[in-house]
Ligand binder design. Structure first.
Ligand SMILES: Cc1cc2nc3c(=O)[nH]c(=O)nc-3n(C[C@H](O)[C@H](O)[C@H](O)COP(=O)(O)OP(=O)(O)OC[C@H]3O[C@@H](n4cnc5c(N)ncnc54)[C@H](O)[C@@H]3O)c2cc1C
Length: 254
């Protein structure tokens, strides 16, 4: 039997959206809709109520305050790309965004939606984990909670009636982000061994594997352009491991 169609409402604020979630078990927030709409269309997800957050005000921008970046949950990935481009020391974020999906999707997909999905293959989330990042949510009572992004990444514990409102990120000091990343103890073991931001090359390298161990095996793939776009769709690609090994060797870390 086909599930009943969902109702659709527009929220004027994040708190109102949280209240709608609280009063309607199973209700879902709609932000950029790039993942949720196809899921609803395929009926991979069912929900009695879709709460459109895009009509809420004041969460669609990102700005720098000294070294810290504040990103509204409704800020699109393409808006964020333009904002991080202003700061050369945050090129790893720009690179990560440029690798994400396609320009058309980045034009609509939001930072809040990306954090809510908490995908371990999200270029943006992995880049945000380099440095210090917190995530702000509001619940139906208007209570604001700020949590380290790792919590979302490892526990996915956004409450049923919680709405993500903002992300705050402070880039790490120094050029090599790998050491910074390796210090984080609660990154899932099977997700990422390292991120090296190529300040001079403007490319973000990521390697999927066992955290705490450097990749020891790498093989050539003839004709592989080693381009960042290729990386985006081949997270465990040996070629990327090889690049990381080479860079670490040059940096005296391997
Ligand atoms: C073809 C395709 C390719 C993609 N490729 C990549 C890729 O290479 N890398 C990558 O990282 N991502 C990729 N994505 C995902 C995309 O970039 C977005 O991260 C994703 O669509 C979520 O953003 P959204 O704003 O569209 O969220 P939506 O689709 O609106 O929502 C996604 C989920 O998050 C919840 N949610 C949304 N906003 C909030 C909020 N503020 N508070 C609480 N919950 C919320 C929704 O209820 C829903 O469950 C791809 C998506 C598509 C369709």
């Amino acid at each position: 039997m086909r599930p009943a169609p969902f109702r659709y409402v527009r929220a004027r604020s994040a708190i109102e959206a949280a209240q709608m979630l609280g009063h309607n078990p199973g209700a879902r927030i709609l932000s950029g809709g790039q993942t949720l709409i196809p899921e609803l269309t395929r009926r991979a997800v069912t929900s009695p109520l879709i709460v459109d957050l895009k009509t809420a005000r004041g969460m669609d921008t990102a700005h720098w305050e000294d070294a810290a970046l504040t990103i509204g949950a409704l800020c699109t990935l393409s808006t964020l790309e333009a904002v991080v481009a202003q700061r050369p020391h945050a090129r790893y974020l720009q690179s990560a965004l440029a690798m994400t999906a396609s320009p058309a999707i980045r034009h609509r997909a939001t930072v809040g939606g990306t954090v809510a999905l908490a995908s371990s293959t999200s270029e943006l989330l992995i880049a945000l984990l380099v440095g210090t990042t917190s995530c702000e949510t509001v619940d139906a009572d208007g209570k604001i909670r700020t949590r380290d992004l790792n919590e979302f990444f490892t526990t996915r514990n956004v409450g049923d009636a919680e709405v993500i409102t903002a992300v705050r990120h402070t880039p790490p000091d120094g050029v090599a982000a790998l050491d910074e990343y390796a210090r984080q103890s609660n990154v899932p073991a099977d997700v990422v061994v390292g991120v090296v931001s190529g300040f001079e090359t403007d490319i973000l390298y990521t390697v999927v594997g066992i955290r705490g161990r450097l990749p020891t095996h790498a093989s050539h793939h003839p004709g592989d352009p080693y381009g960042p776009r290729h990386v985006a769709s081949a997270w465990s690609h040996d070629a990327i491991a090889e690049r990381l090994i080479t860079r670490l060797a040059h940096a005296g870390r391997h």
